[in-house]
Design a protein around this ligand. Structure first.
Ligand SMILES: O=C(O)[C@H](O)[C@@H](O)[C@H](O)[C@H](O)COP(=O)(O)O
Length: 256
């Protein structure tokens, strides 16, 4: 298992700028190697700041956006276009301003979508969409070059919350009811699916994240602290601001 690495930036704004720059380079590298790139998006405040920062980078135009696949790690199960949906936030912050191929943008279903107001059917539908894009062989999900995650104060990632039944769901995508973070109904990739990504980036800003970040890096259990159960295939990268990094074990700190 690859050991996690940690990069610390002075404040949330610099963190968002740095993650945006890394993301553009990651997409360019993937396209240079494979002719295409795939990214899994997350929700929350720091993710929105990253998307806005990508949108403002001149180098964003070096990416061939028509050959980028966009997936989501989780979604709030609300009607299409609801401002609280992670999809709506990502579209407003970045996706609407870059020339993506709409067929390669894969939002998780909305509660007023074809699967109806049933999060289990929505999760199953998204699992089918992932499987349809998987490489031939045994894979049930496509290759993800980079999967980004925000981190909750309680250590949740995507919509995998501490001690939640989702930990016992062995399907690739799970419906979540009773989320402690509103709204209560969501869909999410499960941890084993998240961990198929080549690189996973956990992004957190603010002192209220310090405890969860410190415990995850110190080796907490994934059921109690889901962020501790995240591992990218070739890289697990924690991208933090100074406040969120306050309890990172000293041997892992590379303060900037
Ligand atoms: O749908 C969501 O709410 C998320 O995907 C969730 O996992 C989020 O990324 C974290 O809660 C961090 O959010 P903040 O960056 O806003 O703290």
């Amino acid at each position: 298992m690859t050991e996690a690495s940690v990069a610390v930036h002075a404040d949330p704004d610099l963190l968002a700028q740095a993650v945006a720059a890394r993301l553009v380079v990651k997409l360019l590298d993937a396209q240079a190697e494979r002719g295409q790139a795939s990214v899994v998006l997350t929700g929350g405040r720091i993710a929105a700041a990253v998307y806005r920062a990508v949108g403002q980078l001149p180098a964003r135009d070096a990416v061939d956006w028509s050959r980028v696949d966009v997936w989501w790690g989780d979604e709030r199960f609300l009607p299409g276009g609801d401002p609280e949906r992670n999809e709506t936030q990502a579209r407003a912050a970045l996706l609407d301003s870059v020339p993506l191929d709409p067929a390669r943008v894969h939002p998780m279903p909305a509660s007023d979508g074809p699967a109806g107001d049933d999060p289990e059917a929505a999760a199953a539908g998204y699992a089918r969409e992932l499987a349809a894009a998987a490489r031939p062989g045994n894979a049930v999900v496509p290759h993800f070059d980079v999967l980004m995650l925000g981190v909750g104060e309680d250590g949740h990632v995507a919509s995998v919350f501490p001690e939640h039944p989702v930990h016992h769901d062995n399907r690739p995508v799970s419906a979540v009811r009773g989320s402690p973070k509103p709204p209560p109904v969501r869909t999410t990739l499960t941890l084993p699916t998240i961990n198929t990504a080549e690189e996973v980036w956990l992004i957190a800003a603010g002192a209220d994240k310090a405890r969860a970040v410190g415990m995850a890096l110190a080796g907490a259990g994934p059921v109690q602290l889901p962020a501790a159960g995240v591992r990218g295939v070739s890289r697990t990268l924690w991208l933090l601001d100074r406040a969120a990094a306050a309890s990172v074990p000293p041997r892992l700190r590379s303060l900037r």
